[in-house]
Design a protein around this ligand. Structure first.
Ligand code: AMP
Ligand code: MG
Length: 421
């Protein structure tokens, strides 16, 4: 079992073990945030015919070529009408926004620009052909691929699907993540905190991290530091796509997670990553659930460190990208930005550090400043963070004012402006 992987190597090993989940059908109404699992080709041309972009009068542009002219109003075209009447030369048709242009007509003059009375309409000047006309196929043409697999279905793509007449769509299944916390000291938030007990905050932060990335958390509960109970709870998670436990992965006498996983048939792929916080991360995988069905494999397993910050940071770096790949996303990592370091940072040792920072816009620049005490037990450092600053393994000091890379956790700092448009 490897214990010397760099963070980048460990990410690669994890992502190589992940494949996208199979597609399922979802109604377009419920598909917000899901990831498209099919190429969507248009069955329709939109708009299906030339339509008017304005309320006004459809004309032959050539009839207005000589300047001011009055034409008889031959008929009316409402939105939703069928374009079955031809507009003859020397006449105009009353038309409304979204109505099909009658055959023969090639321009629309806005009603604000004409005088209409007694069945005739007077135009003050000529217009070019195509004026105020939305040509057929301006949006999409039948047969054209409009949305590619891997697209996250936000409001725009969902509106597009609806306009193509798609009420159901193929999306990737959402990863189901079984979550377990381990430790004799742990209680639920409304439990009795006397006698050195602490709330299992990891259960909450990890479930929230799952939901944020579109995965479905399944909370298995708190396991005492006792192999039998740990085994019972871990077994309950074997049907999930991913099993995430926190704590009990170090070298303490009561750290049973690794031996119990192995007993259950889990192959431990690595233990220990050169990263701070988060060194004692365990990654494992189960082989096929049964020899009869080699296709249905058991869950990927992440044994996260127990310290609340380490658990969240290792989830960010290793579990989250895996869940994104599983969910069918084309991009797996958080966005990274360049920022200016607000105050000098130092570290010792040769591990990569991920420093929790706040971000602030000053002029055209983003300034990153440490959230304070970076101990892996200080959850406040994470609660206040907008991002994780990448302090490279081989550096020991980052100077004030230097350019640093920050992985964005929270884009709310961008919203801190005084004005709208
Ligand atoms: P361990 O990995 O069991 O040695 O735990 C490391 C530290 O994380 C200890 O201080 C634990 O009390 C703490 N810890 C473990 N599990 C949790 C949890 N679910 N929520 C909050 N803190 C935890
Ligand atoms: Mg413990």
């Amino acid at each position: 079992v490897r214990t010397d992987l760099t963070a980048a190597e460990a990410q690669r090993v994890v992502l190589d073990a992940v494949t996208a989940l199979a597609p399922e059908t979802c109604t377009t109404a419920d598909a917000l945030g899901r990831v498209l699992a099919e190429p969507v080709a248009s069955r329709r041309t939109l708009p299906p015919f030339d339509v008017s972009a304005m309320d006004g009068y459809a004309v032959h542009a050539a009839d207005l070529a000589g300047g001011a002219v009055a034409l008889p109003i031959a008929f009316e075209m409402a939105a939703g009408a069928t374009p079955d009447r031809r507009l003859e030369r020397g006449a105009a048709a009353r038309i409304f926004t979204g109505a099909p242009l009658p055959p023969g007509a090639d321009a629309v003059v806005r009603q604000e620009d004409v005088e209409a009375a007694g069945g005739r309409v007077r135009f003050a000047k000529g217009v070019p052909a195509g004026e105020n006309v939305r040509p057929a196929g301006e949006d999409v043409r039948a047969g054209e691929i409009v949305l590619e697999p891997g697209v996250r279905l936000g409001a725009g793509p969902l509106g597009m699907l609806a306009s193509l007449g798609r009420s159901v769509v193929a999306v990737h299944q959402r990863p189901r993540v079984a979550i377990l916390s381990g430790g004799d000291e742990l209680i639920e938030p409304d439990g009795d905190p006397t006698g050195g007990r602490i709330v299992s905050s990891n259960s909450y932060s990890i479930a929230a991290q799952c939901r944020e990335v579109g995965a479905e958390p399944i909370y298995l509960g708190i396991a005492k530091d006792e192999p039998g109970e740990l085994e019972r709870l871990l077994r309950a998670g074997l049907g999930a796509h991913v099993l995430v436990s926190s704590a009990g992965v170090s070298v303490g006498d009561r750290d049973y997670v690794r031996p119990v996983l192995e007993k259950l048939g889990c192959e431990i792929v690595f233990w220990g990553v050169q990263i701070k916080p988060g060194f004692p991360l365990v990654f494992g995988r189960f082989g096929p659930r049964s020899p009869q069905d080699p296709s249905g494999s058991g869950p990927l397993v992440f044994g996260l460190p127990g310290n609340p910050v380490s658990a969240m940071v290792t989830f960010e770096e290793f579990v989250r990208p895996a869940l994104r790949k599983m969910a069918g996303h084309a991009a797996w990592f958080r966005p990274r930005i360049e920022a200016v370091l607000g105050a000098r940072l130092r570290k010792s040792g040769s591990r990569m550090h991920l420093v929790r920072v706040r971000l602030e816009r000053r002029g055209g620049r983003v300034v990153a400043t440490s959230t304070g005490n970076q101990s892996s037990g200080v959850l406040r450092s994470m609660a206040l963070a907008h991002g994780l600053l990448v302090f490279p393994a081989d550096a020991s000091e980052l100077a004030e004012g230097s350019t640093v890379t920050v992985q964005l956790l929270d884009e709310d700092f961008l919203a801190a402006t005084d004005s709208g448009l």
